[in-house]
Design a protein around this ligand. Structure first.
Ligand code: NAI
Ligand code: MG
Length: 397
């Protein structure tokens, strides 16, 4: 990745709840690694919705446009009707609808590929399946989360959908009988370039990282058209990677297999919602959301964030597990081609977990000692400094 700036410009997006706590941990660790970067902190989150009616203010988008990458903590989101009630009275006109900032970032910056690694680190007492080491590639801008949906089905749309030439008159009859105001609709868009792009990202990654298998999780026997396109493009891309085993599984059956035999999976490709679900399932196999990092990757810009949300139940108490955020920072270093720093961070995190020292409340077994977010960050920094290379200058060849 060639960055815009010699010293990459990193946006810090703390957000809500535990977001600022885990992001602070990541910043301290990046400094301990002597990662050379400039940082700017940007406004995002619920309090900007409450005060100015926009959880992702325009000034933040403008600032991000000049950044190389962003680290995102977490945000609180609420359903649109609840959100409206928290606006100041003068903004409660019905004109503003709450949309999740992270979803908007994905759309605005075309962050088409979500990468979500799930690895069972040795020594994690919360591992359910020690053999789990997989990476989910989730299409991040299309599919069922493409954002085109209706609370009640508009009449002109229903007419096209029941048109004998283009539509499905038999299927649509029931919805007309019920009354269109009784029917809601969400759409699942899959473009050929979108399907091909996510498959290619997964195969490129597998090749670059020596991973042997890429599995498409779909449901083409039921979702015949969109699932069919996903499958067709997956196969076309797979043919360019003869050394990698390309396999296909139905999304539902794969959930059982993932729990029982996670070692059968290596790199996974999935549409937006399927990828969302399967990455949460896989996180559960390796200790939960505290261990689930992610990257939202575009061609020129990427946002790295833990998969978890703002965890209001533990916010502000120094209880959050920072590992998911730290692994996300590690992914950012790799994306910025700071491979040596990424490897040092990975080794320090793996060592901390192996030694039972990453024991926040979500990790420690009952009766075992519990450490705070800050203590774990301190321990990781000590470890990084203890293993710092004698000459911090990168070797030149
Ligand atoms: P959540 O991920 O915030 O929390 C689920 C459970 O996991 C809670 O019991 C929480 O304490 C625990 N947990 C999460 N992260 C943890 C960590 N790092 N260390 C220790 N425990 C952790 O999901 P929930 O409760 O469904 O949503 C809370 C808020 O977060 C909602 O407003 C939701 O919309 C938002 N959210 C935001 C996301 C994002 O920023 N990308 C993703 C998911 C939810
Ligand atoms: Mg999710």
């Amino acid at each position: 990745m060639t960055t815009r700036h010699a010293r990459p410009l990193i946006a810090l997006l703390p957000g809500d709840g535990i977001g600022p706590e885990v992001l602070h941990a990541a910043r301290r660790v990046l400094d301990a690694l002597a990662f050379e970067a400039e940082y700017i902190e940007c406004d995002v989150g619920w309090r900007f919705w409450q005060t100015e009616g926009d959880a992702l203010p325009e000034r933040t988008i403008r600032a991000l446009e000049s950044c190389d990458a962003a680290l995102f903590g977490a945000i609180t989101s609420k359903p649109a009707t609840e959100a409206e009630k928290e606006l100041p009275p003068e903004l409660r006109t019905g004109a503003r609808r709450y949309t999740s900032p992270i979803v908007r970032l994905r759309q605005h910056f075309d962050l088409h590929t979500a990468i979500r690694p799930c690895r069972a680190y040795a020594g994690n007492p919360r591992n359910i399946r020690d053999a789990t080491d997989l990476v989910v590639f989730r299409e991040n801008t299309e599919g069922l989360y493409g954002g085109i949906e209706w609370r009640t089905l508009p009449e002109p749309l229903a007419r096209v959908m029941s048109d004998p030439e283009h539509g499905h008159p038999d299927r649509m009859r029931r919805w007309f009988e019920l009354g269109l105001d009784q029917v809601s609709l969400s759409t699942r868009f899959v473009s050929r370039p979108g399907a091909e792009r996510i498959a290619r990202s997964a195969f490129d990654y597998a090749r670059a990282h020596g991973r042997r298998r890429v599995t498409l999780l779909e449901k083409p026997n039921v979702l015949r058209e969109t699932g069919g396109v996903m499958t067709e493009r997956f196969r076309a891309v797979a043919s360019e990677f003869p050394e990698i085993d390309a396999s296909e599984a139905n999304m539902d059956a794969a959930c059982t297999q993932l729990v029982m035999q996670p070692e059968r999976f290596d790199v996974i490709v999935a549409e937006n919602m399927f990828g969302d679900i399967v990455s949460d399932l896989a996180a559960g196999l390796v200790g939960g959301l505290g261990f689930a990092p992610s990257g939202n990757i575009g061609d020129r810009f990427a946002v790295f964030e833990p998969t978890h949300g703002s965890a209001p139940d533990i916010a502000g108490q120094n209880l959050a597990n920072p590992i998911a955020m730290l692994l996300s920072a590690r992914m950012m270093l790799e994306w910025l081609a700071r491979d040596e720093l990424a490897e040092r961070l990975e080794a320090a995190i793996a060592g901390l977990i192996r030694d039972g020292l990453a024991n926040t409340r979500d990790v420690a077994l009952p009766g075992e000692p519990v450490a705070t977010t800050g203590q774990i960050t301190d321990r990781l920094i000590d470890r990084i400094q203890a293993h710092a290379p004698a000459n911090p200058e990168p070797a030149r060849s």
